[in-house]
Structures are given as structure tokens and as C-alpha cells.
Design a protein around this ligand. Structure first.
Ligand code: ATP
Ligand code: MG
Length: 489
């Protein structure tokens, strides 16, 4: 239940329930009182019969008559007064009552009726002797027991009401405390712990307002933790990259310096030697340039705001151009190259960056190929256009409805299963020593490739088996007739 409804309901209970309880108690005590009154009335009527028999005797109304019989009737409860026909008191058992007359009107009021007052029952009756009025008697039966009963019943009712009221109040206070205070304090505690940078233990939440607040806070803390972890990871990656790049730049720079100093200082160098030294300097400078270029591209691609400029081109023409020009490099290692494009339609690409992708993949493929092996560089837009892929590549997973596949496959050392996940990490190289022997190798090639293909709206997949070879599949979205890439709709 929502907290607002719950609070309104508890207010209603605190207000209404005591009123209902009071009403029930009042009704109960009232009906009990009525029963008591009837019982008391009849008891008093019976008691009055004896008194009346005595007081109806005419001789008692003579001023000098013997009143001892009346005195026998009297008690704490019962008081008797006698009046002459004019309303003057002849006799009274009430000590404080002075011998004053009763008014005629009062005298003749409520005769023969037993009147029930809060303090006492009263009864007045005229007495006749031979048809002549000789006086009145007035009897009062005090209701002491009734009064004390009323008092104890009222006390009981008040105690029950107070008890029930306290019970309702304390129950509601306890419930409100459990539902509101405890949970809010726990949330505040969690917030304080989180603000002090310590981890929080997430508790179960429900669907009311505080529960939703808790959920939002937990989600927010998760997001902040994730963001902090990302920032820390990025920071670590950057530090690692700067350290690696500086180290990798230091080696060619030291060579360049040494060769340049030799060229400058050693006069007796032959023309051939000088030529060789210059070549080394140019080679090392190219390597450094390439390295810095890779670093710049990598940094640029990492920025989420950096968008590649894509142009729409004829797919077959474009991939024909991309896959050409690698024969000389392959020949150096006696590698048999299979290069063909079998694609239809148009595709949106950034030509310069796609050439970089092809260069990166081909440089890897050639670098890690065996001598006299086979190497494929193929673009295909259907199953039929595919080359003979290694058995560990699942052809059925390729989605030709959405993508064109640019594939580079080579027979060679391959990549172990444990390293396969990491090859896209920047600066990651499976065999550092072997990679570094090569003049070009910072471990950024595949990371850059992945980012370029993703900026095209595609994805890269690597499949490899050690000592068999490696297949890199780049999926590039097909362009629809309307001009939009397939995965953008
Ligand atoms: P760079 O590309 O920056 O010159 P690199 O080639 O070492 O350096 P990546 O292209 O990112 O870096 O490749 C990462 C690692 O993946 C390589 O060091 C290599 O160990 C492994 N690798 C990539 N392609 C292949 C392949 N075709 N065969 C075997 N191993 C490969
Ligand atoms: Mg590479």
C-alpha cells in the first residue's frame, strides 16, 4: 500500500476508533443502568408497601400522638416526614429539615407516584379519616447503593476507555515508527555510509514511496560506483599507455640518436655505410610516426563525441580497392594470397579508416602467418561469396540480411583461447617479445580496428586455433535502398 493511503488510514483509525469504543461503552452502561433502575423501582415499591400500611394510620397525624412506630421504620436509607393538611410539618426524621410548611402546589404535586431522583426515591400520599383529609406523608428512600454503583461503573468505563485509547495510540505509533522512522533512519544511515566512501549493504525494498526512494538511491549509488570504476580503469589504462608508448619510443629514438651521431662524428665512414645509416634513421622515424599516428587515432576514436564521416560508395568497387596491393608483402613470405570481393549494393564507409582496418588486419595476418601458407582477404554479402573458412568459424551465425562481411583469414600461429578475449584491449600483445622484434607493434591495431568498425555501426569477431590460424570477421551494415544503414532503423 502507498504510504499516503496508509497514513490517512492510520489517522482515521486514531480518530474514529476511540469514538466507536466510547459509544459502545456508553450504550452498554446505559442499558445496564436501565435494567438496574427497573429492578430498584420494584424493590422500592415492595419496601414502600410496609411503610405505607403504617403511615396510613390517621392517629399518627395527631400532633401529640406516639411516633414510635414511625421511628421503627426509619433507617439510613429511609426518611419519613408527616404534614398536616395545610402543609405544616408534624414530624420529620430528616434532622436538618426545619418545621416549615410546604406550599399547597408542592403538596398536591405527584401524589401516589414513586418518583425516581438521582439521590433518592420520593413518595407522597394524602391520608384520610372518614372522607376527611387529615394530612400527608412524604417518604424518601436514599439511593446510596445506586450512587456508589454509578460511580464505580463510571470509573470502570473511564479506565476501559483510557486503556483502549492508549492501546490504539501505542499500536499506531509503533506501526508508524516501523513503517516510516526505522526505514528512513536506515536510508539516512546508508547515505551517510555511502557519502563517507564506504560500501553499502543493499536491503530489500517494497513498492511504497520510501521503497521507491531506496531503489533510486541504490541505483544512483551503483551508477556512481560504476562511473568511479570506469574513471579509475581509464586512468590506469592511460597511465599504462603513456608508460608503454614512452618505453616503445625510447628504443627507436636511441637508435636514431646513435646513428645520427655516427654520421656526424665518424668521417671515415664509407658511402655504403652512410647510406645504410640513413636508411635506418628513416625506417626508425617511420616507425615512430606510425606509432604516434596509431596513438592519435586511438585517442580520437575513444572520444564518444568523435563521429566518423561516412560516404556512400559502391560496395564491390570499394572493397576491390581495399583488398588490392598486398601481393608484394605476401610474396616476401611466400604466402599465397586469395583476394576477392563478392558484394552487391552500396555501403556507407569512411574510406581512409577502412583502409586502416585492412592494413591493420593484413599486417597481423602476414606477421603471424607461416611461410608458404595461405591468406584470404575477402568481402562478401552472401554465403556464396565466402571463402573456405576454418572449421571453428560458425558460418550459420553470419547475418547477411543486415551486414556485409570483410574477412581476413591466415594460416599461422593462431591465438590461444585464453588470449582471444584480450586481443582487442589496447596495448595487448600475446607474445610481447616476438611482437617487439618487429619494427611496428604497439598492440593498438586490433583495438583501433574494433573501434572503427563499431563507429560504422558494425562489430568485429575473431576466431582462432593455435597452430591452425586466425579468422577476423568485420560486419559492416548494409545500406538500405532509402540510404540508411540497416541497423539504424
Ligand atoms: P600493432 O598492430 O599496434 O602494430 P600488434 O599487431 O601487436 O601491434 P594488434 O594488432 O592489436 O597488436 O594485435 C594484438 C595481438 O593479437 C598481437 O600482438 C598478436 O599477439 C595477436 N594477433 C593479432 N592478429 C593475429 C593473427 N592473425 N594471428 C595470430 N595472432 C594475432
Ligand atoms: Mg597489429
Amino acid at each position: 500500500m502507498k504510504l499516503k493511503k496508509w497514513l490517512l488510514l492510520s489517522y482515521l483509525i486514531v480518530m474514529i476508533l476511540p469514538i466507536v469504543v466510547a459509544y459502545i461503552l456508553f450504550a452498554w452502561i446505559n442499558s445496564y443502568n436501565n435494567d438496574q433502575k427497573v429492578r430498584e423501582y420494584f424493590e422500592t415499591t415492595i419496601e414502600l408497601q410496609n411503610v405505607k400500611e403504617v403511615l396510613e394510620q390517621p392517629k399518627l397525624y395527631h400532633p401529640s400522638s406516639d411516633k414510635s412506630k414511625i421511628k421503627q421504620l426509619e433507617s439510613d436509607q429511609l426518611s419519613i416526614s408527616l404534614y398536616n393538611p395545610d402543609g405544616l410539618i408534624i414530624y420529620t426524621s430528616t434532622p436538618g429539615l426545619s418545621l416549615t410548611a410546604l406550599g399547597k402546589e408542592d403538596m398536591y404535586e405527584n401524589l401516589y407516584s414513586l418518583e425516581q431522583g438521582y439521590q433518592a426515591f420520593t413518595y407522597r400520599q394524602p391520608v384520610f379519616n372518614k372522607q376527611q383529609l387529615i394530612g400527608f406523608f412524604h417518604v424518601e428512600v436514599a439511593r446510596n447503593e445506586w450512587k456508589s454503583n454509578v460511580f464505580s461503573r463510571s470509573l470502570f468505563m473511564f479506565s476501559v476507555f483510557l486503556g483502549l485509547f492508549l492501546l490504539i495510540y501505542l499500536t499506531v505509533v509503533r506501526l508508524v515508527n516501523r513503517k516510516l522512522n526505522v526505514r528512513l533512519s536506515s536510508l539516512m544511515e546508508d547515505m551517510t555510509v555511502f557519502a563517507s566512501g564506504k560500501p553499502i549493504k543493499q536491503k530489500e525494498t517494497n513498492n511504497d514511496e520510501i521503497g521507491i526512494l531506496q531503489k533510486h538511491f541504490y541505483r544512483m549509488s551503483d551508477q556512481i560506483n560504476e562511473a568511479q570504476e570506469t574513471v579509475q580503469k581509464e586512468q590506469r589504462d592511460k597511465e599504462f599507455m603513456v608508460a608503454t608508448i614512452s618505453h616503445d619510443l625510447k628504443t627507436p629514438l636511441t637508435s636514431i640518436k646513435a646513428y645520427a651521431e655516427s654520421l656526424h662524428n665518424e668521417q671515415e665512414l664509407s658511402v655504403r655505410e652512410r647510406e645504410e645509416y640513413r636508411e635506418v634513421i628513416v625506417q626508425k622515424s617511420d616507425f615512430m610516426k606510425q606509432m604516434l599516428d596509431d596513438l592519435l587515432t586511438h585517442t580520437l576514436l575513444q572520444s564518444p563525441s568523435y563521429e566518423l564521416e561516412l560516404v556512400s560508395v559502391d560496395a564491390n568497387e570499394f572493397f576491390d580497392m581495399i583488398i588490392s596491393g598486398y601481393e608484394p608483402l605476401c610474396k616476401e613470405k611466400n604466402i599465397q594470397l586469395h583476394a576477392y570481393a563478392n558484394v552487391s549494393g552500396t555501403v556507407e564507409v569512411n574510406p581512409k579508416q577502412m583502409m586502416r582496418v585492412a592494413d591493420n588486419l593484413m599486417s597481423n595476418a602476414i606477421k603471424y602467418s607461416y611461410e608458404c601458407s595461405h591468406l584470404w582477404i575477402v568481402a562478401a554479402s552472401s554465403q556464396e561469396g565466402l571463402p573456405e573458412l576454418f572449421s571453428f568459424v560458425d558460418r550459420s551465425k553470419l547475418d547477411f540480411d543486415q551486414f556485409i562481411y570483410f574477412i581476413v583469414q591466415n594460416e599461422g600461429v593462431g591465438i590461444s583461447e585464453t588470449n582471444l578475449d584480450k586481443v582487442f584491449n589496447p596495448m595487448y600483445q600475446v607474445d610481447q617479445a616476438r611482437s617487439k622484434k618487429d619494427e611496428h607493434g604497439t598492440g593498438l591495431g586490433l583495438s583501433i580496428t574494433k573501434q572503427i568498425i563499431e563507429k560504422h555501426g558494425g562489430h568485429v569477431h575473431v576466431a582462432s586455433n593455435e597452430d591452425v590460424g586466425t579468422t577476423v570477421l568485420c560486419a559492416i551494415p548494409k545500406q538500405k535502398a532509402g540510404g540508411k544503414n540497416n541497423n539504424e532503423n
